[in-house]
Design a protein. Structure first.
Length: 256
């Protein structure tokens, strides 16, 4: 029996895709022949990502906005959907923020902001996507892909708000999946471990160089390592998989 991983012609939104993992995911969809809307708060990053991919001949668009505000989430979704001709096959909620501080000193404003971006935007985008996907006929299963973290299962030092938000994303993914499982929509989560992004490269050299020792595969993931499982979750090869996650961490989660 043939297994279909073909995504050509699918319409996709990826939030947080101006740089890093989100950009890699959006570019992966574009390279696979999808029509893709990149979303990001940083207009400079967003414009550069869209320009670079259009120069490659890809069918991509950009929507800029602040995902910490529900009204902005709704505006961005509406604008993105318009660019996709009212059709949405895949929604990827890759945007996220973090802040590090001791629990007793953690600014409550930062805690609330992290929940707004990492949790509320994910729920609202999924909610809006589900309503669109339920009306579509003849396009196969709708796919919603959230982005968690190894932090869904373990906690890092002084990132209590981030840990809380990623734990929420895991449970939200399961709850959303259960609610639409019998209506041809799959909801799954990609959970990255350490990934070679601009953020991790700002660590002091001694800390960065020690990371591979924590990973059974003895290397830090590249962004492309996150792209491939995301494309799998978006394809019809995953049509009977929902409410679960792929921990893409080189085996680190197995020993913690």
């Amino acid at each position: 029996m043939a297994v279909d991983f073909d995504l050509k012609g699918k319409h996709v939104i990826v939030t947080g895709s101006g740089r890093g993992i989100g950009r890699g995911m959006a570019e992966g969809f574009a390279a696979a022949g999808c029509k893709v809307v990149f979303m990001d708060i940083n207009k400079e990053n967003l414009d550069e990502a869209v320009k670079t991919n259009r120069e490659k001949g890809y069918d991509v668009y950009g929507v800029c906005g602040d995902l910490s505000e529900v009204a902005e989430v709704d505006r961005m979704f509406d604008e993105g959907l318009e660019k996709l001709d009212g059709i949405l096959d895949v929604m990827v909620t890759a945007a996220g923020v973090q802040h590090r501080d001791a629990p007793e000193d953690f600014p409550i404003e930062k805690f609330i902001l992290i929940q707004k971006v990492n949790v509320v935007h994910v729920y609202r985008m999924a909610q809006r996507a589900i309503k669109v996907m339920l009306k579509q006929k003849g396009r196969g299963n709708g796919k919603i892909i959230t982005v968690g973290s190894l932090g869904c299962f373990t906690v890092g030092h002084n990132i209590s708000a981030y840990s809380a938000s990623k734990g929420a994303v895991l449970q939200m993914t399961k709850a959303l999946a259960e609610g639409v499982a019998d209506r041809n929509i799959n909801v799954n989560m990609i959970a990255p471990g350490y990934v070679n992004t601009e953020l991790i490269k700002t660590l002091p050299p001694e800390k960065y160089n020690a990371i591979p020792d924590k990973i059974p595969m003895h290397r830090i993931a590249e962004i492309d390592d996150m792209v491939k499982p995301t494309l799998f979750f978006a394809s019809s090869a995953s049509d009977f998989i929902t409410g679960t996650y792929l921990l893409v961490d080189g085996g680190q989660g197995a020993i913690h």
